[in-house]
Design a protein around this ligand. Structure first.
Ligand SMILES: *Cc1c(COP(=O)(O)O)cnc(C)c1O
Length: 234
């Protein structure tokens, strides 16, 4: 019988070591990159073992799966991240469960989140998803829509926009991923001057199992890793 707990602990250690090495190689401060363990491939039992191994920041890409796991008693203590597309009609049910929504890809969604957050008396924390790859299958706003949105952010008082998120082009090489991630960082740096003073785009959520090291090199502060963490148990 495979011991799920020890496999996950090993996987987590290896991923953390690689994150630490990439952080050091990039000349960045230790601990400046947060790991979000993506649990979309595994059930509640494996997710629970991942929490026990010490990965408390966890992400799901489908809202319904996030709700189900967030309500599971054995997953109490997890901090949930929604990393996939969110429809406006699912905002109200999602907000009570999440620490951070990575995937705000339109002004309409941002407005819906702000309205629900006000109704629920909470402060929503979100990232704006930007399509840096030009991949039409990917969600995310264009650079121009992001720029148009920034001056309006202070109107949404129940929503804290903490940074930006992107995904590299599907099936692209490491060079392409590097370029996509550099685009997001450069964009963030470029718009800093146009940002209202209360908006700090500190976080850059970019990098997955196959490209997180180049993402860290390009300035990622959050990496979203699934496959590498659950290798050997799915
Ligand atoms: C699935 C998913 C990930 C994790 O992908 P892996 O390649 O399995 O590490 C990260 N981000 C998003 C948005 C995802 O949907």
């Amino acid at each position: 019988m495979v011991d799920i707990q020890s496999i996950l602990a090993d996987n987590l250690n290896r991923v953390r070591e690689r994150i630490a090495r990439a952080t050091e190689n990039a000349g960045r401060e230790m601990g400046s990159v947060q790991l979000v363990g993506v649990t979309k491939y595994v059930d509640t039992t494996v997710t629970s073992a991942l929490l026990t191994a010490g990965c408390r920041e966890v992400g799901e890409s489908r809202p319904q799966q996030l709700w189900a796991k967030a309500a599971a008693p054995k997953l109490a203590g997890a901090h949930w991240h929604l990393i996939g597309h969110l429809q406006r009609n699912k905002v109200a049910a999602t907000l009570p469960h999440v620490d951070l929504i990575h995937s705000v890809d339109s002004l309409r969604l941002l407005k819906a989140i702000d309205t629900s957050a006000q109704q629920q008396g909470k402060q929503a924390r979100v990232l704006l998803e930007v399509n840096c790859s030009g991949d039409i299958e990917k969600h995310g706003m264009t650079e121009n829509s992001l720029k148009a949105l920034l001056p309006q952010l202070p109107e949404y008082k129940a929503t804290e926009v903490c940074g930006l998120m992107t995904m590299a082009a599907r099936g692209g090489s490491e060079q392409v991923a590097t370029r996509n991630f550099a685009t997001l960082r450069t964009l963030r740096d470029d718009v800093a001057a146009e940002c209202p003073p209360e908006v700090k785009l500190t976080e850059l959520s970019m990098g997955m199992s196959h490209d997180f090291e180049v993402a860290i090199h390009e300035g990622a502060t959050i990496v979203r890793i699934g496959s590498l963490l659950v290798e050997g148990v799915v």
